[in-house]
Design a protein around this ligand. Sequence first.
Ligand code: ASP
Ligand code: MG
Length: 405
Amino acid sequence: MGLIVQKFGGTSVADLDRIRNVAKRVARTFDQGNDVVVILSAMAGVTDNLIRMANQVTESPDKRELDVLLATGEQTTAALLAMTLRAMNYAAESILGHQAKVVTDCAFGNARILDIGADPIRALVQDRKIVVMAGFQGCDINGNITTLGRGGSDTSAVAIAAAIKADICEIYTDVDGIYTTDPNICPRARKMARISYDEMLEMASLGAKVLQIRSVEFAKKYNVPVHVRSSFSDEEGTMVVNEEASMEKLLVSGVTCDKNQARITLKKVPDQPGVAAKVFSPVSEAGIIIDMIIQNMRSGGQTDLTFTVPETDFKQAMAIAEQVATDIGAEEVLGDQNIAKVSVIGVGMKNHSGVAAKMFATLASENINIRLISTSEIRISCVVTEKYAELAVRVLHSAFGLDKP
Ligand code: ASP
Ligand code: MG
């Protein structure tokens, strides 16, 4: 018997039939003798709709009022599920973010959880109530309603699980787990039984569709076991757990592909102290996140400086780079949006050499040219021409033994 947090995403509560299905699953878990705290998203499409309406009212809706509006999506599903459970003769009670004492900072629309007072939920659980909580919402120290950013109810769930020391946080969604790579790119992708928090964070480009990244950071910090699984079947999904528990003894656990990347090169930059700072300070001031940076020596006291930015920031970053190039006397600025970053990820590579060599050889065997390389302790990334990215994913997936039999 345990204390179980179950979170259901928007597609799992998309209409009353599905809410009834959720109620049955919750009731089953409760009947098995567990205490259950349910965290809900808004019905699929509702948050988008509310945003659309706000934008019809005014071009720049007031942020405080927008959060008051967006929080209603989750308030609706929490009430409906609690009602459904009560109609089935279960003692269920809904609770909103502020009632559950989810205290956040004041960043409307993207607030961070600062503290959760576990007492209100604990008290309900002690009464053997099924607690149905509205995800995605909290309240700042001034009592304003805040929301946690798109996909934020994942973070609500993991944070509540940490606060009440739940045995597990189950995330019910419309996919049946985390895959070794995107099954749309590689039909031989396999569902992973386990993945470590760090791998999950590195696999953001895959995982972000399933879990809000902040929820994984939370899970790691408080060591909350997270089970990502489908609300439409009883099949086991993927456990996201700490490294000791995650070991499948594989060098590489997954392959990712990020096409939302662009490359910018400043050619013939004077090779002097302070130049890199002059290039990157204005870029960071513009709030643009740089991923890879490479500096090449040239003869004659000059270097080439290359970096990558999200494709959505490309235009702005190019404009800044061109301005800086004029200021520091670089020869020219080149940009390329047709690139993609392909990565292999695995905690297993921490203690093994040869993963990079194997990755490069595999790409070479398909004549795929590597434009840039970067690494972390558990990831190796290569930038390649975008049109070869999917081929690169497939050959790496096979080369590292991830293909399903
Ligand atoms: N309803 C919110 C969204 O659509 C939060 C969530 O579903 O996690 O982003
Ligand atoms: Mg989601």
